[in-house]
Design a protein around this ligand. Structure first.
Ligand code: E4P
Length: 218
């Protein structure tokens, strides 16, 4: 399973990339706003740090303008993935860009029907938002289960399931058990995945016993 980081914060990207755990990055207009940076500059800088796919989202809602924005974003670097919303204009843009050889991430997916349309439009990734579905009292992970099952049933559907709006490590583990291709994690969730109280307790005990030996390695 691939891990993407869902952030536009350069410092966090650098820190976590050093662990070798980061296969790609997703950004969105809200994350760019939080970063306080110029969109194109921040995408360019991320692409220099991370060789894997970096999603950059269009902000127009109309096909022709979306297409122009997508083409401009794709020129920033070879690893840019253009992100479009799951609307009729978004999928038309997805189809056109994918025909041109640009990778597309279709975002804001909340149903299996939408995911099926995105795959047929040539999306490289579909981004179902599990946390936002949980927030309205529905089962976000059930959507992942449904999409994985549908895509697996057809060899011609090559779209990867990119689990988005991840809120905690259990979302990641459930997605991995279902065979989702990618999860995009807020840095805080990736950091949480390291934690276990028995690891801390065990390490403290080993270090205390080591101190009693009076030995050194270096
Ligand atoms: C995915 O690409 C989105 O940027 C993201 O996962 C949205 O998550 P949120 O619901 O926490 O805003």
């Amino acid at each position: 399973m691939k891990f993407f980081l869902d952030t536009a914060e350069i410092k966090e990207i650098r820190e976590l990339a050093a662990s070798g755990l980061v296969d790609g990055i997703t950004t969105n207009p809200s994350l760019v706003m939080k970063s306080g940076r110029q969109f194109v500059d921040v995408v360019r800088e991320i692409c220099e740090i991370i060789p894997g796919p970096v999603s950059a989202e269009v902000i127009s809602t109309e096909h022709e303008t979306m297409l122009a924005e997508g083409r401009k974003l794709a020129k920033i670097a070879g690893n840019v993935v253009v992100k479009v919303p799951l609307t009729p204009d978004g999928l038309k843009t997805c189809y056109k860009l994918s025909q041109e050889g640009t990778k597309v991430n279709v975002t804001l997916c909340f149903s299996a029907a939408q995911a099926l349309l995105a795959a047929k439009s040539g999306a490289t990734y579909i981004s179902p938002f599990v946390g936002r579905l949980d927030d309205i009292g529905t089962d976000g992970m059930q959507l992942i289960r449904d999409i994985v099952q549908i895509y697996r049933a057809y060899d011609n559907l090559k779209t990867e399931v990119l689990v988005a709006s991840v809120r905690h490590p259990i979302h990641v583990i459930e997605a991995a058990k279902m065979g989702a291709h990618v999860a995009t994690l807020p840095p805080s969730v990736l950091k949480q995945m390291f934690n276990h109280p028995l690891t801390d307790k065990g390490l403290a005990a080993f270090l205390a016993d080591w101190a009693k030996t009076g030995q050194k390695i270096l």
